[in-house]
Design a protein around this ligand. Structure first.
Ligand SMILES: [Zn+2]
Ligand SMILES: [Zn+2]
Length: 339
């Protein structure tokens, strides 16, 4: 095992990542050492770099959509072996003891630790991960294709699950606001389930609208347009608070608006009339192991196809800039090695 590895390191929020040689982590008890092949770039990484999320460990290796192979195990790991291909997501550690952990809501654990935020993540050649949060990746997916499943896919899936409601209408009409990495994956699941996707992009983003239609969206247009049909649910992936009242006006009675992001600009005030008739606003925080296992089981059956733009590790800053500027179609993925 080498002693050092290449990594992109955040030293200070608001500054670019530094390309450095740092020590390879040692796997502790209950951890596996993963040699990283790919790591996708998530909007949450931008929120960490830009300072919207205020409690990162520093210096920090970002990245929580990691695909790699187990090369060593610490003590007490009986479910994974050297050579296994695994994915490591945002939720990196939970206490297993708090009220939330004991009631199946480990995503809300009081002491949760997050990969690429409290724990060093995947913008590097190796990472040490808790074996409970390292998931076997289904065979059909290559290392590049699989990386965006680990957050964009999982969070998108949890967001969709939170929008479930008992409505007889078939097919259901589901709006997706912000058509990036998460949206392009979950849209395929929704279409596969026989429901209709209404995709709302930045106003004037005709390429994004064409992309949404190519994935089976029944309608695609700008987020400045009212929905052409009354929606059953609205999934928000753009970090734009003004979309919440907009989406509330697009959903019908009993409709659900779910925000899938970790950070959003302030939500403007709106008349109670827009919430009345049992419309709901919800947010999604993190993911559970159950979400991961379910989604990784469904994804190959759809099959979900990921659209990716590859960057070498040392160009991670460029990938972040392209995401910030909305220049990406699909998900940015760092190709790191080992594959
Ligand atoms: Zn807990
Ligand atoms: Zn993420």
């Amino acid at each position: 095992m080498p002693k050092t590895m290449r990594a992109m390191v955040l030293h200070e929020q608001g500054s670019p990542l530094q390309y450095e040689e740092i020590s390879v982590p040692e796997p502790g008890p209950a951890q596996v050492l993963v040699q990283i092949s790919t790591c996708a770039v998530c909007r949450t990484d931008l929120h960490v770099v830009d300072g919207d999320l205020t409690e990162p460990k520093l210096p920090l290796v970002l990245g929580h959509e990691i695909v790699g192979r187990v090369v060593a195990t610490g003590g007490g790991v009986d479910d994974l072996s050297v050579g296994d291909r695994v994915g490591v997501p945002w939720l990196g550690w939970t206490c297993g003891e708090c009220t939330y952990c004991r009631s199946g809501q480990e995503n809300l654990c009081d002491a949760a630790r997050f990969t690429g935020y409290h724990l060093d993540g995947g913008y590097a050649e190796y990472t040490a991960a808790d074996h409970r949060y390292a998931f076997p990746i289904p065979d059909p997916f290559g290392d590049v294709e699989a990386a965006p499943l680990l957050c964009a896919g999982l969070i998108g899936y949890r967001t969709l699950r939170m929008a479930e409601r008992s409505l007889a209408r078939e097919p259901r009409r589901i709006g997706i606001y912000g058509f990036g990495a998460a949206a392009h994956l979950i849209a395929q699941v929704i279409v596969h389930q026989g429901h209709a996707v209404y995709a709302f992009t930045r106003p004037g983003d005709t390429d994004g609208q064409r992309f949404a239609r190519s994935l089976g969206a029944a309608w695609a247009g700008g987020s400045d347009q009212p929905s052409p049909a009354e929606l059953d649910a609205a999934l928000l992936f753009a970090p734009v608070g003004a979309l919440v009242p907009k989406a509330l006006r697009d959903v019908g009675k009993g409709g659900v608006v779910v925000s899938g992001g970790i950070h959003m600009s302030d939500i403007p005030s709106f008349p109670y009339r827009d919430l009345w008739e049992e419309r709901q606003i919800r947010s999604v925080a993190n993911l559970t192991r159950e979400d991961a296992l379910e989604f990784l089981e469904i994804a190959p059956r759809v099959p979900v196809r990921t659209t990716t733009v590859a960057y070498p590790l040392e160009r991670a800053n460029e990938a972040l800039d392209d995401l910030r500027a909305g220049r990406l179609e699909g998900a940015a993925v760092l190709e790191i090695g080992g594959g």
